[in-house]
Structure formats: C-alpha cells, structure tokens
Design a protein around this ligand. Structure first.
Ligand SMILES: [Cu+2]
Length: 269
C-alpha cells in the first residue's frame, strides 16, 4: 500500500478535504423490509443477502451544488493539423478542458479507490479485458482504471496514424505506433500505480491516464460525478479521489456489511 500512497498524490499534489459521510442503509432498514414478506425466516433472509457493503458517492469541485463556475470553461480543440480528425467532427465543435464538470460542479473522470483499510489478500486479475480506444482523435475513456495483470486492449478506431506514448513510474512504459484503423495492441501493467500518462505525439491534444490497482475496490466517476465501490467487507476505510489536474482528496468511510455508505469528496481550486 505504501507505494500506492506515495504515487497517488504526486502529480498536482494538492490535498482536498472531505465534507460529509452518512451511513444510509442500515441492517435495521434491511430487516424491516424483509419482515413484510418473510415467512420461513432465517434461511430465506441469509440467502437473500450478499454479505458486503457498498460505498456510493460523488466528487465535486467546490462542493457540488454550491458550485459557482470555478472550473475553466472548456475550449474548442483545434484539430487542423490532421484532415482526418477534422472530418471526423465535421460540423461540431469538440470542447475539452483539463477539468470537466457538469453544470453543478460534479467532476467526471476522477479515479476513486480504497486507499487504506483493506485486509491483506490476493485478488487475481479478471479474465475480462479493458479497452482504451482512439476514436475521432480522442481517447475513450480519458481516465481508465485496470487491475494489475489485466489485459488492456489499445485500439485505433481512426483511419489516421496515432502513436500511444505511455509514461509510467512503477511500471514499464512503452511507445507504439498504430497506423491502421482497427489495429489493436495488448499490454498489461504489473504494479499498482495511479495516473500513468498516455499521450499521442502526433495529436498534441490527446491525453489520458491509466490507473492500476491490485484489488477490485475502485471506480471512475461518471459525467454526474458519481461513483460506486461494491463488495467491501464491513470495516473502516480511507478512500481517495485522484484527478490529474487537481491532485488527491481523501475521506474516512465506515462500511457495514449489507449496508451502503454515502460520501462526498470535494476538490477546492
Ligand atoms: Cu493521435
């Protein structure tokens, strides 16, 4: 864990603060719900539950709904350097910003993960692959999270040349050219690392990050800033939110088995 802690706050390095934590669904609520239709009792009740808790939350800039437009306004990307990229977005402006929020200040593309409190244990990488796509001369997603050892497919879905220049600190970086539409490369990362940088040297606006975890307890925020981390044993944890331009913010969370803890993480510009 120490390696992850050391690397997580490094780029940007600014600490945020946590605002509130409320444990919502308690055992009492769950039991009350079951009592209305449970006749045969304990067996049904035990079988109906997955004995693990969930952390749900949102990540925002300056406190979500109290947001007053602190994020820089997204600017149009100038794709004039490549006719293919221009034609891929004919008639539309492609807007981008290092910090993307919705109208209420909730942040997308933030990596949220359990930083402290997990019991020691092996979590073998899943068979399922993850995809980093290049389409319309943009990365999709801009923030990707994978498991250590998991196969990452990197695909060029454009009829133009991209190169994929990956700069890592704890893992081996690489730089590959992908000249043909539909071409795929497979790679994996061995060590946990937050915020591995991905860039295309041909199209200077193309940037993404890959974060690598040796456990499954992480998520990347949706456009509404929301995230969900499921399957946690009951216990006390520290979760951290990391964003390449904003740094890290953390919060303590208590999770009850079969319960759901609600957290809001806030970055202050
Ligand atoms: Cu490119």
């Amino acid at each position: 864990m120490s390696r992850m802690q050391a690397s997580s706050g490094a780029p940007g390095g600014r600490a945020g603060r946590w605002i509130s934590q409320a444990v919502l669904a308690s055992m009492a609520v769950a039991l009350a719900a079951y009592s209305t239709f449970t006749i045969s009792g304990a067996v049904l009740l035990a079988g109906a539950h997955d004995e693990s808790g969930t952390i749900r939350g949102r990540v925002s800039l300056s406190g979500g709904v109290r947001f007053a437009g602190e994020a820089p306004a997204p600017q149009p990307i100038d794709m004039a350097a490549d006719d293919y990229c221009l034609s891929a977005h004919e008639g539309e402006a492609v807007l981008d910003s290092p910090v993307l929020t919705d109208e209420n200040g909730f942040l997308r593309d933030v990596v949220v993960y359990v930083k402290e409190g997990l019991a020691d244990g092996e979590h073998p990488a899943p068979e399922a692959t993850e995809l980093l796509d290049q389409e319309g001369c943009l990365y999709a997603p801009k923030a990707l999270a994978v498991r250590a050892g998991q196969t990452l497919v990197i695909r060029n879905n454009d009829a133009t040349l991209h190169n994929v220049n990956v700069t890592a600190r704890e893992n081996r970086g690489f730089n590959i050219g992908q000249p043909i539409k539909g071409i795929e490369a497979k790679r994996s990362f061995d060590a946990p690392e937050i915020g591995i940088e991905v860039a295309c040297d041909i199209h200077g606006w193309m940037h993404a990050t890959i974060s690598v975890f040796d456990h499954p307890f992480f998520d990347v925020t949706r456009p509404d800033g929301g995230f969900t981390i499921e399957g946690l044993p009951a216990g006390d944890y520290v979760i951290e939110a990391w964003h390449p331009a904003l740094g890290a913010a953390e919060a303590p969370v208590t999770v009850s088995a079969t319960g759901s803890a609600e957290v809001e993480l806030v970055f202050e510009p």
